[in-house]
Design a protein around this ligand. Sequence first.
Ligand SMILES: [Zn+2]
Length: 478
Amino acid sequence: MRFETIIGLEVHIELSTSTKLFCACSTAYGAPPNTQCCPVCTGMPGALPVLNRKAVEYAVKMGLATNCEISEFSRFDRKNYFYPDLPKGYQITQRYRPICTGGYLGVESEGCLRKIGISRIQLEEDAGKLIHNEAEKVSLIDYNRSGIPLIEIVTGPDIRSAHEAVEFLESLRLIALYTGISDCKMQEGSLRCDVNISVKPAASGSEYGTRIEIKNLNSLKAVRNAIEYESERLKVLLSSGGCIIAETRRWDDSNNVSEPIRSKEDVQDYQYFPDPDLPGVYIDRGWVEEIRSGLPELPQTKRRRYIEEMGLSEQDARLLTSEPYRAYFFETCVEECGKPKAACNWVTGPLTRLLKDKNLSFSAPGISPAYLAGLIGMVDKEIISYTIAVNVLSEMLDTGLDAGSIVEKLGLRQIADEDMLTEIVDRVLYENQDSVRDYRSGKTKAFTFLMGQAMKASKGKAKPELLKTIMERRLDQL
Ligand SMILES: [Zn+2]
């Protein structure tokens, strides 16, 4: 029997505003517990929330980048429930009038672009954090996170595989990074995701199967594994004539299994109602257009431009755009040197590797893109060889100097002087007469060895083609 998997996502992205959604408390990550809270975000009686304009702007940015309608009027609602990390006894969210609706995002799947619908984006506040100390058998509460702005992005039931879900999340993550609305650090909980999944026989038309919800996945790997596991579990259940119960499950990352938390039978009634402390939000069309015109080139458009205008491969374009600062470094370097393919190879190859080795990053690489362009120019003009250039780049990152200064300082200029190279070759041939005999008896390996010795004698600076020509000539003359 063939089955179809239907997936919808609810993605939470923490916005990187400097203050919380309804108060002036700092949102900086990692502060000592309960040092970034006030009467508003700890729900003291009589405290009144005031909406953070920046959070609204960020939500609008995400809406525009995902082709949504931006609501002229939106409103906040109270979602009522008790939990120790929620001191007010309700969460402020947008149930009835979300800020953005009806968008989509294209994701690449099996060589074609599939539209994944976004039914809504809502603004809401995060809850505090419970810390369970097993050893001392106590639970502690940190309210620093309480009231940090989130957007929740809800997709339609349009996703069909773990691959598509991960592609969608990766696209969202990149949009958030490029627009600067979130740092999307999954390990710090800035991006997390709930998965709704159901399985139905492929021939059963448009009727969906019973839905399972998997809560709080906080890595792309967990999303992929959880979907693959759950979809398989449901298929096996259906094939064996079993019955699927609607339920909420959690994903156990270390054992790679999902397990039930609660059945959907006891679905909570949150008694949503409009928050009387917060007036409705009217969003001026002029402001929306202003935000739209300030959006950067989005990652997908950038990728297409790299492929179509610069002639790069899909894989190269993906690597370059996988972080905004890397794309910026690459583009500025291309502007300076005019060689997209060479710049791409240097940026994705030696530069990425060296930055990692030296604990640096593209956001603060220590050299300007123009310096890399200068280095590429020197290789191109055969002033230095590629191998030497990689060492020069390492030196550049250590010192902050440009390529030219380092080449001069360390005397690395390539040797293209025929007399000098002939002298080196002759000395090598004289010192390695066994290899010369081997070469003459037809062992080609001996030639490679002699070339290696000569290159070493030149400290790697000999111009390779010229050295080879001279080596061949001298061997013939012997
Ligand atoms: Zn506060």
